[in-house]
Write a protein that binds this ligand. Structure first.
Ligand code: ZN
Length: 327
């Protein structure tokens, strides 16, 4: 019996300006900056991790901010929306707070059992706030201006755009996500239980065109493996159906990757060891952390990275878009 995949571990996307990305996710959405590191495959660029106060699995959104990245556009075989979970009673708070900051918010009164706010991040990535009755407890980020009762709990789930559903549904089912609902062209797959990130929605459109990856695009989504042993068993199981990479050491978790039949890159990441591995929980994200094998090149790496400022314990600021308008 394989240990169950309870939900998403993280979502990884591409951004452009590192400071705008950092400000939006910490000062507007109130997430904690849990790790300031570099892209291990391209150490001249940052890799940012945001999450709850501890960077718990299921709460994590990560970015590769490439300052000059052209904007992508979403299409078939891609994640088109990334949704965060908040309590039902927090819907009005988020609606008002986002609107007050001049962010263009679309409101969906009813999608299955949640009310949804959809809005773009500074790179046009579509973010959702899903307010619902099953949001669970919070480990609220210590430096956020969002009141703890309204704080983002973590990931709610993601929406994938697919030309067809069957094969993707087959892989989701293999991983323990069963179809639990349908509204129009939206099919919902859920993992049993109440873990964060246990909803994967497929929007099926046979005519959807493929997108172009770039700033504002999701690069991949990662599901949770309980530990290395569970990941090994899953690797064996999934490799009966799809090509799976060897295990890669991502320092804060260990990962395998495979592309689902519709084109979305999936990862299975271990819960341990987590973000407190190389710095105290009190000061997560405050200094650049790089793996041991890159330490010899630290000064070279630091010179190539744009300086960034992490603001703590301050109210949200007005963010500037490229056009100079506030967002
Ligand atoms: Zn990942």
């Amino acid at each position: 019996m394989l240990s169950p995949v309870v939900g998403l571990h993280h979502v990884t996307a591409i951004a452009s300006d590192p400071q705008k990305n950092l400000d939006f996710y910490t000062r507007v959405l109130g997430l904690r900056f849990v790790k300031r590191t570099v892209n291990f495959d391209d150490p001249g660029t940052y890799h940012f991790y945001f999450g709850d106060d501890a960077g718990s699995p299921g709460t994590i959104l990560t970015f590769f901010p490439w300052p000059h990245a052209a904007r992508g556009h979403a299409g078939a075989g891609e994640v088109t929306k990334t949704a965060f979970s908040v309590p039902a009673a927090s819907f009005e708070y988020w609606h008002e707070m986002l609107t007050d900051q001049g962010i263009l918010v679309e409101e969906t009164e009813k999608r299955f059992d949640e009310r949804v706010l959809t809005f773009p991040d500074p790179d046009g990535m579509k973010i959702e706030i899903a307010a619902h009755g099953d949001a669970g407890p919070v480990n609220a980020p210590r430096f956020a201006s969002v009141p703890p009762e309204h704080a983002i709990r973590g990931l709610f789930g993601v929406t994938l755009l697919e030309q067809k559903a069957d094969e993707t549904a087959g892989i989701l089912s293999l991983m323990g996500f069963q179809k639990t609902g349908q509204e129009g062209s939206r099919l919902r797959f859920s993992a049993p239980g109440h873990a964060l990130g246990n909803h994967i929605d497929l929007i099926v459109d046979p005519k959807a065109k493929f997108g172009r990856s770039g700033a504002g695009s999701v690069h991949h989504i990662a599901f949770r493996a309980q530990d290395d042993a569970a990941q090994k068993e899953w690797r064996q199981e999934i490799s009966k159906h799809l090509d799976v990479t060897p295990v890669m050491d991502r320092t804060y978790f260990h990962s395998i990757y495979f592309r689902e039949p519709g084109g979305v890159l999936f990862e299975l990441a271990t819960d341990p060891p987590g973000f407190a591995l190389d710095e105290p929980i009190e000061s997560l994200g405050e200094e650049l952390r790089i793996p041991q094998w890159l330490e010899a090149k630290r000064s070279f790496i630091e010179q190539r990275l744009a300086p960034i400022v992490l603001h703590k314990s301050v109210p949200p600021i007005e963010l500037q878009t490229e056009a100079g308008a506030t967002v």
